[in-house]
Ligand binder design. Structure first.
Ligand code: C2E
Ligand code: MG
Ligand code: MG
Ligand code: MG
Length: 289
């Protein structure tokens, strides 16, 4: 038994060692990848299904790895979360989004971009002042063209600190969205405290709302909550016309999802904006409220 215990201990030690080495290697790789400009932002349109307008874009990071191809964010962001390099990458995302706003304006597209912000990023002591500096460097872009998405689960980590940082950033003119809403506690009290103008209903509820009455109830509940608190609400993961119709019936007009557009490279956006038309069934809906 002693022998086994020793072995187990040794094994555990080695596994941990490997994990640390893997993480260290990943961090080095990402540092190099930033230098080599291997990261790109893709953009997913946000639309109003009832009016047919395009209302903005969400920036989603991808790693164009020279050997492994396109690596999605959830394969590298969690590994570097909490490290200095993730903060640098986070700032790169904000700056690149602001660059993109300027570029699109040249071709007549004048719409806000939202970027995802990690918990660690938002909880940096100097997050607000760093953001102010960036916005100062981009004085031609109005701060309300930049939206920051924070996960409901991140906002829950330290609601007091998070809400005060959000308020400070809001004073700069930046707007906030709560992402993946419904995956945390979704409590009334903390929604009251978080100064976010937009609530994004998590795609898992939207995906199953046509078959699962519980998920339909959750979507309906979140829409009602948003209305009660005078927040705007958007559905993520709208994959079909039927999903959009069900959402419109509940009074949710804003949507994002593969049924509207997949995230695209920035060069594809102008042509998409020109050609996109909301589904006729969606355009038939009358305004609720
Ligand atoms: P998210 O912010 O909730 O973004 C939505 C994710 O769902 C994106 O995946 C998007 O491509 C995908 N999606 C959009 N519409 C549909 C749909 O109709 N069906 C399905 N099945 N999926 C859809 P992606 O790009 O892989 O990003 C995953 C997550 O990674 C994001 O979730 C966000 O939390 C995080 N992320 C992405 N970019 C960044 C970034 O620059 N910074 C930080 N901190 N996190 C990021
Ligand atoms: Mg998001
Ligand atoms: Mg989301
Ligand atoms: Mg998500």
């Amino acid at each position: 038994a002693k022998q086994a215990g020793k072995n187990t201990y040794h094994l555990f030690d080695t596994a941990q060692d490997t994990a640390i080495n893997t993480q260290r290697k990943s961090i080095d790789n990402i540092r190099t990848a930033i230098q080599k400009q291997e990261f790109v932002l893709h953009f997913q349109p946000k639309v109003n299904m009832r009016t047919g307008e395009v209302t903005g874009f969400e920036a989603l990071i991808r790693w164009h790895h020279p050997i492994n191809g396109i690596i999605p964010p959830l394969e590298f962001l969690p590994i570097i979360e909490g490290h200095e390099v993730s903060l640098r990458l986070g700032e790169w995302v904000i700056k690149t989004a602001l660059d993109q706003i300027i570029e699109w304006r040249k071709v007549g597209i004048n719409l806000p971009i939202s970027v995802n912000i990690s918990a660690h990023q938002l909880q940096q002591d100097n997050f607000t002042s760093r953001l102010a500096t960036i916005l100062g460097d981009y004085s031609e872009v109005e701060p309300n063209c930049l939206e920051l998405e924070i996960l409901e689960t991140s906002a829950l980590q330290d609601t007091k600190q998070v809400s005060s940082t959000m308020s400070a950033c809001q004073e700069l003119g930046v707007k906030f969205a709560i992402d993946d809403f419904g995956t945390g506690y979704s409590s009334l009290t903390y929604l009251k405290r978080l100064p976010a103008y937009l609530i994004k209903i998590d795609q898992s509820f939207v995906r199953d709302m046509l078959e699962d009455t519980d998920d339909l109830a959750i979507v309906e509940g979140v829409v009602g909550l948003a209305k009660a608190f005078r927040r705007t609400v958007i559905a993520e993961g709208v994959e079909t016309v039927a999903h959009g119709e069900a959402l419109l019936k509940l009074g949710c007009e804003l949507a994002q999802g593969y049924g509207i557009a997949r995230p695209m490279a920035s060069v594809e956006i102008p042509a998409w904006v020109k050609s996109w038309k909301a589904d006729d069934a969606w355009l038939q809906h009358n305004k609720i409220n």
